[in-house]
Ligand binder design. Structure first.
Ligand code: ADP
Ligand code: MG
Length: 270
């Protein structure tokens, strides 16, 4: 049985943000002389689930951070639902958006980190309710109602009053997913969401992500969980040295990798 109830209830559907496309075009990013992203092009269609694989240091986290505008590329751009991230055209020139406009764009993107990044001093309920209040989308009672609902969907209804330190890693990560959902994002980015977890807790987090995938959310997931990629990904992308070396269906990339680096990587993780 699924632990995440993604079935819309009557009257609820209109609240949900439609899944959006992500487009990454010609993105280059370097720190000093170190080139971390070296011309990345990636298109994720609305509702598509893309899994990014690649060795440590290949630029996967940096790519997610560029998409979320936590880092700015030196060249290239990212757009979300057809709208450029971080910039806009003004009198024929690209202008930086204000911090406020960037925050508004970022609120359309959910981000789930390896180390959960929950607020330790807030209850589980307030961790999930905080962002819709801070962004002015909901008043506190409404945000708390939404948070209760989302925590129920990730199987944590009985933990609303707990503090993060009282939860297992798997439960904390499910709170983090509920928190990302609270802004009703058009896309959710996951950066190795299970790699800090004890092996027996990985499954409960992957089950929640699987249900999001089945519910049609646009997902971009960095993970080393190959079995999971095979099951849920519409597309698998292999990165190395700041480039996408190969992409395709799970069957293409995982079972018939074309690039020697992909073969070498898979032989180590499978
Ligand atoms: P991955 O997530 O695939 O392991 P990252 O995107 O984290 O890779 O990092 C890619 C490379 O960029 C690594 O060599 C890392 O050391 C370097 N890097 C990442 N962030 C910074 C930074 N803020 N300053 C300098 N180097 C960085
Ligand atoms: Mg990383």
């Amino acid at each position: 049985m699924s632990i995440l109830n993604t079935e819309a209830r009557p009257g609820e559907e209109a609240e949900d943000t439609a899944p959006v496309a992500v487009e990454v075009r010609g993105v280059h990013k370097w720190y000093g002389t170190h080139r971390v992203l070296d011309g990345v092009d990636l298109t994720v269609a609305p509702g598509e689930v893309t899994v990014i694989l690649g060795p440590s240091g290949s630029g996967k986290s940096t790519l997610l951070r560029v998409i979320n505008h936590l880092e700015q590329p030196q060249l290239g751009h990212v757009s979300l639902g057809g709208e450029p991230i971080g910039v806009r055209w003004h009198r024929g020139r690209l202008r930086e958006l204000s911090e406020r406009q960037i925050l508004a764009q970022r609120s359309r993107i959910g981000f789930v980190f390896q180390n959960f990044n929950l607020f330790p001093h807030l209850t589980v309920l307030d961790n999930v309710a905080a962002a819709p209040v801070a962004t002015g989308r909901l008043r506190k009672p409404e945000a708390q109602e939404l948070a209760r609902d989302l925590l129920g969907r990730v199987g944590l209804a009985e933990k609303v009053a707990a503090f993060p330190r009282q939860l297992s890693g798997g439960q904390q990560q499910r709170v983090a997913i509920a928190r990302a959902l609270a802004l009703r994002p058009g896309v959710i980015l996951f950066d190795e969401p299970t790699s800090a977890l004890d092996p027996e807790l990985v499954g409960e987090v992957l089950a929640v992500i699987k249900d999001l995938a089945a519910g049609g959310t646009t997902l971009l997931i960095v993970t080393h969980e190959i079995g999971f990629a095979r099951e849920v990904a519409d597309r698998v992308v292999f990165m190395d040295g700041g480039r996408i070396l190969e992409q395709g269906s799970p069957a293409e990339v995982l079972d018939h990798p074309q690039h020697p680096r992909t073969r070498e990587f898979l032989s180590k993780v499978l």
